[in-house]
Design a binder for this molecule. Structure first.
Ligand code: GLV
Ligand code: MG
Length: 283
């Protein structure tokens, strides 16, 4: 049974330096992410596999850990899965990159099958074909708990700049597909380590589209992302007002502070308050 819920932040570490494998817990990221794909040179894939799965078999980090394997359409991806199955490693989630069809996820689901029934899957959408097939991908298997947007690969394949506007269509499709399937949407990494304001702005915009988390490529990004994903004081105050005045269980329309508030906006206010309670640990 898969119990993993994608957190807000996944801190990536190329799977070559075990001294950094537990960094996520140390810096307060929600999930650690050991990378076997683009963060590892081809000649060192076998070594990375041995280190990552060895670590995940013997040294619990204290927090949830995930692994990005290589595409199942590559020899390295197939080797990653076989090594995972033989290793005794139990990551909370496996990230499958460059997914273009639901068949890839069903295949991985079946391969993990009885030996690793508790491992969640997350699909990285980062090619034009993946974006086109995203609705079918999102419902491929109940093991799938989230879609992750990969902006670097998508912009490179499209031959367009890695900026907000050219990536907006893909982000919107991914957020819609994830919401329709009842799973999470996790945003792409932000690659400029010297632009914290840009990271904050991109995270806020992604949240406004429906994303609930972001991939993190440097520990300094964690707190900025957590803060940007939090509803603002203004939004929380408005949600409180809506619930105090309009949530009487009778439905219909109420006027709150000059705004017409019906059932969908009451539900939205409840969601805001639920996220605030979740974060503050209230029940
Ligand atoms: C991540 O994998 C990306 O391509 O942005
Ligand atoms: Mg990528």
């Amino acid at each position: 049974m898969v119990t993993f819920t994608p957190g807000r932040t996944f801190l990536v570490t190329p799977a070559l330096d075990p001294s950094r494998f537990d960094k996520a817990v140390e810096v307060g990221a929600d999930v650690g992410l050991l990378d076997l794909e683009d963060g590892v040179p081809t000649a060192r894939k076998a070594e990375a596999r041995r280190l990552a799965f060895g670590h995940l078999s013997h040294a619990p980090s204290g927090g949830p850990m995930s692994v990005r394997i290589n595409s199942l359409r590559t020899e390295d991806g197939l080797r990653d899965v076989l090594t995972l199955l033989d290793s005794g490693a139990r990551p909370e989630a496996v990230l499958l990159p460059k997914v273009e069809s639901p068949v890839e996820l069903r295949q991985l689901d079946e391969l993990l099958g009885p030996r690793l029934p508790g491992v969640a899957l997350l699909a990285i959408i980062e090619t034009p074909r993946g974006v086109s097939a995203v609705d079918d991908i999102a419902t491929a298997t109940p093991r799938l708990r989230g879609l992750i947007f990969g902006a670097a690969d998508l912009s490179s394949q499209l031959g367009v700049p890695l900026t907000w506007e050219p990536m907006l269509y893909a982000r919107s499709r991914i957020a819609m597909a994830a919401s329709g399937a009842g799973i999470h949407a996790i945003d792409s990494p932000f690659f400029d380590l010297e632009d914290p304001a840009g990271l904050e702005e991109e995270t806020r915009r992604a949240r406004a589209l429906g994303f609930t988390g972001k991939i993190v490529i440097h520990p300094d990004q964690v707190d900025i992302i957590h803060e940007a994903l939090r509803p603002s004081a203004h939004v929380v105050a408005q949600a409180r007002r809506v619930l105090a005045q309009a949530d009487d269980g009778k439905g219909g329309i109420h006027v709150v502070g000059g705004n017409m508030i019906g059932p969908p906006l009451v539900a939205a206010a409840r969601r805001v308050m639920a996220s605030v309670k979740l974060e503050s640990g209230e029940t």
